[in-house]
Design a protein around this ligand. Structure first.
Ligand SMILES: C[S@@+](CC[C@H](N)C(=O)[O-])C[C@H]1O[C@@H](n2cnc3c(N)ncnc32)[C@H](O)[C@@H]1O
Length: 334
């Protein structure tokens, strides 16, 4: 019997959305690694370059300078809080109550006044009149909502004519050839451990996530699967092991997420009435590649120097068409 059939048949997991599955539980959605929001900016770190790459990608692609911008699904307040100094106003809409609280706390701690956040019912209408925003950004959030096309329809409605949305998304293609099924194990507290299993249906563009809570500390749970931390792999576990762990499994949940490919996203955006849909290269990847190819002594010395370097280059990058198969970012113009 397949592991996922066993979970469905024996454990009969309850269904939930991604907020209930993951986002309501996390203290920091980003692991507190975001530059400026959680860490002082460090020009020597690659990830800090890609963060600025994202910033200029979103701003250039939406032409959002000094405008009113919507951020769909900001998580810890990203990118709302980093784009705030460059826009007139940014409003983040969050479907997780916990994430909404974190966004607000982060804005307050950083003293950012022109970023506000709204808690929204997942799958409901956005709490704005039609034609409210000059631009919109959606960073890794469209594929986390139960009905991604309905979310895009709402973004289209609240954008002004001519307004642009910039979307980054996870293309499931990256998991092909070996990572279609994965398992992770994590300690929840001193007495509980969670197994998270992913079953990725790449061609059908959806993912099933399963969360199994065991009433056992991490060490004991690892012993049940005869592994050490970091060495648990999907292929190494069996239905027999799960059956032996069955008395310790106190909760089982599942969440189904639609993960539209770039081609599907492009088609939907056109169907929803966006006048132009442009998959382009990504400022995030560009900034990372630039970091890799620039020798240390040629690196800018500080944030100001990096911004001066990246801003015009990324303005060009986000205009360069890219095949949807290369997991680019997408701009759509209303
Ligand atoms: C992967 S996280 C991305 C967070 C952030 N944009 C980032 O890139 O770090 C996805 C976020 O989208 C939010 N989300 C999912 N569906 C939503 C919806 N329908 N409305 C608002 N937020 C939603 C989740 O709660 C979560 O915070």
């Amino acid at each position: 019997m397949q592991i996922f059939d066993w979970i469905a048949g024996v454990l009969k997991p309850g269904t939930c959305n991604s907020e209930e599955f993951i986002y309501d539980d996390m203290e920091s959605q980003s692991g507190r690694c975001l530059p400026i929001i959680y860490q002082p900016f460090d020009v020597a770190k690659r990830m800090h370059w890609t963060d600025r790459g994202a910033l200029f990608d979103f701003l250039c692609a939406t032409e959002g300078w000094d405008k009113k911008i919507l951020d769909f699904g900001p998580g810890d307040g990203w990118p709302s809080l980093i784009i705030a100094p460059f826009v007139r106003e940014v409003v983040g809409v969050e479907g997780s109550r916990r994430r909404y609280d974190v966004c607000r706390e982060n804005a307050e701690r950083l003293g950012i006044k022109n970023a506000s956040f709204e808690y929204v019912e997942v799958g409901g209408l956005l709490p704005f009149e039609a034609n409210t925003f000059d631009g919109a950004v959606a960073a890794s959030s469209i594929e986390q909502t139960p009905d991604p096309k309905a979310a895009l329809r709402e973004i289209h409605r609240v954008l002004k004519p001519g307004g642009r949305v910039r979307i980054s998304y996870e293309d499931l293609d990256r998991y092909r050839n070996g990572r279609e099924q994965e398992i992770h194990i994590e300690s929840m507290d001193d007495e509980r451990t969670q197994l998270i299993l992913y079953d990725r249906h790449i061609d059908d563009e959806y993912v099933m996530m399963y969360g199994l809570v065991l009433s056992a500390p991490l060490e004991e749970a690892l012993a049940m699967f005869s592994v050490t931390e970091g060495s648990l792999s999907f292929n190494a576990i069996s239905v027999l092991q799960l059956e032996e762990a069955r008395p310790f499994i106190v909760e089982a949940r599942t969440c189904r997420l639609t993960h539209p490919s770039g081609a599907t996203l492009t088609r939907w955006l056109e169907e929803l009435g966006f006048s132009r849909v442009l998959p382009t290269h990504s400022g995030i990847r560009f900034a990372g590649r630039l970091f890799d190819s620039t020798l240390g002594e040629n690196h800018p010395q500080d944030l100001r120097g990096l911004d001066k370097l990246l801003r015009p280059l990324i303005g060009v990058v986000v205009d360069m068409a890219a095949p949807v198969t290369s997991n680019p970012m997408i701009t759509a113009v209303k």
